[in-house]
Ligand binder design. Structure first.
Ligand SMILES: NC(=O)C1=CN([C@@H]2O[C@H](COP(=O)(O)OP(=O)(O)OC[C@H]3O[C@@H](n4cnc5c(N)ncnc54)[C@H](O)[C@@H]3O)[C@@H](O)[C@H]2O)C=CC1
Ligand SMILES: O=C(O)CCC(=O)C(=O)O
Length: 445
């Protein structure tokens, strides 16, 4: 690593001890934007990278709530307001036992670049709690959401900070969060996205991250003169993003052969389509967080404790959680003939896996691939501001156009001398420029 980059990273490490996920995300960005940064002295003079790696604000709060047996439970809530240079803080809320400040800082940092890539006016933020929805009743989920919002409502607003869903937070949770915000503020505004259709939600938002990921993969293949037709695809997870990706992939002629959960994965050689895709919604709503029932229901093989990356596929799309695909998994995929890995989960690959895939096959990072979710959130904000609703066709056409244009930005900033596109570099520089220019224009604040 270049000595200057190392010096920069060492300072970030010193300021954020033990925050491995955050440091992983920062290092990837700094390494790939460094040359561009040095070629543009105005950014260095304004210490843009130093400022971009420091969140504007972090809010940490207690979330007490009462479970169904009458016992008091205490969780920790967070909102990391990372960067508001180009718009209100925008990013999801994650409810998962693995949630830590480091994890949310990495997600908020990534979100800043991702939101910039969408070309919509949204800053970066992320929030969540170590609350575990697994096995909780609907009333417990509701009480937790209400207590979480009882503190968060002071810090957010339609023009300040607009949260949405992420792992463990879908339409049901957004409904409870919105209801509590409305009660406390006595106002009906577009303060959250991913809302139900009846109260200001956008069509296509539930599917948007998965649809967008597949549109992006379609563009990657198109650039190589190829298409999704007949390609076998390994997806991980069975949640919101995986569901949307499965729908669009099968619509465009691909065959999804794996799904997974924390308990293992299923291999479905006939392909996940039709009623099998609908079943994913049922599984997710059960709050059990296991994929094995899919194998029982559809008579396919279940591999306990294993990850789907050991299967022979053309394309791998991690859709569950960060660092779910490591270097060994990546080597296995490449040896088995996989041609393309696209992260639909945020930082789905470890740094080693991402670099290996970038070098040997074709790789695209989460901040580009999964930007469709927040893009349609941005479109939901627009519809809320205008107080009207666009049709499915209109939202989908805009999503399609945004993903194509993000792909073009990656090609613009990531094409190497040998003609190969380095999507990591392209997405990082593409996301950086707009935020950096806005920060310079707004002075040292
Ligand atoms: N929901 C959205 O609009 C967006 C989500 N993302 C990212 O996509 C990923 C998935 O998010 P969603 O589908 O919304 O969440 P979800 O809660 O609907 O689904 C998460 C899935 O990941 C699986 N999972 C969680 N931890 C796991 C582990 N340790 N091992 C194996 N599987 C595990 C769960 O079983 C579940 O199937 C996350 O990385 C999220 O940050 C990115 C952009 C937007
Ligand atoms: O829709 C949003 O605001 C955020 C989605 C999200 O959390 C993400 O892009 O990682």
């Amino acid at each position: 690593m270049d000595a200057k980059i190392k010096q920069f990273i060492d300072v970030v490490k010193m300021k954020n001890p033990g925050e491995d996920e955050f440091l992983q995300a920062v290092q990837e960005v700094v390494e790939t934007v460094w040359d561009f940064y040095c070629e543009n002295p105005q950014y260095q003079k304004a210490k843009i990278l130093e400022r971009m790696t420091e969140p504007e604000r972090v809010i940490i709060f207690r979330v007490p709530w009462v479970d169904d047996s009458g016992e008091v439970q205490v969780n920790r809530g967070y909102r990391v307001e990372f960067n508001s240079a180009i718009g209100p803080y925008k990013g999801g809320i994650r409810f998962h036992p693995s949630v830590t400040l480091s994890g949310l800082k990495f997600l908020g940092f990534e979100q800043t670049f991702k939101n910039s890539l969408t070309s919509l006016p949204m800053g970066g933020g992320k929030g969540g709690s170590d609350f575990n929805p697994k096995g909780k009743s609907d009333y417990e989920i509701m009480r937790f959401c209400q207590n979480f919002m009882s503190e968060l409502f002071r810090h957010i607003g339609a023009n300040t900070d607009v949260p949405a869903g992420d792992i463990g937070v879908g339409g049901r949770e957004i409904g409870y969060l919105f209801g509590q915000y409305k009660k406390l503020r006595n106002e009906f505004t577009g303060v959250l996205t991913g809302k139900g259709r009846e109260y200001g939600g956008s069509l296509i938002r539930p599917q948007a991250t998965g649809f967008g990921a597949i549109y992006f993969v379609r563009e990657m293949l198109k650039l190589k003169g190829d298409s999704l037709k007949g390609k076998t695809i390994a997806l991980s997870g069975f949640g919101n993003v995986c569901w949307g990706a499965a729908i669009k992939a099968s619509e465009l002629g691909g065959k999804v052969v794996t799904l997974s959960g924390p308990d293992g994965y299923v291999y479905d050689p006939e392909g996940v389509s039709g009623e099998k895709i609908d079943y994913l919604l049922e599984l997710r709503a059960s709050n059990q967080d296991v994929i094995q029932p899919y194998a029982e229901r559809f008579g396919v093989e279940f591999f306990a404790g294993k990850k789907p990356w050991e299967q022979k596929v053309d394309i791998a799309i991690p859709c569950a959680i960060q660092n779910e695909l490591n270097e060994t998994d990546c080597k296995m995929l490449i040896e088995n003939g996989c041609q393309l890995i696209a992260e639909a989960s945020n930082m789905g690959c470890t740094a080693e896996a991402a670099y290996l895939a970038e070098e040997k096959i074709t790789f695209a990072p989460g901040k580009a691939v999964n930007a469709g979710g927040v893009a349609v959130s941005g479109l939901e904000m627009t519809q809320n501001s205008m107080r009207l609703n666009w049709s499915t066709e209109e939202v989908d056409a805009r999503l399609n156009q945004i993903m194509t244009s993000i792909h073009n930005e990656c090609v613009r900033y990531g094409t190497e001398m040998n003609g190969k596109v380095n999507y990591i570099k392209g997405a990082n520089i593409g996301g950086f420029v707009k935020v950096a220019d806005a920060m310079i224009a707004q002075g040292v604040v």
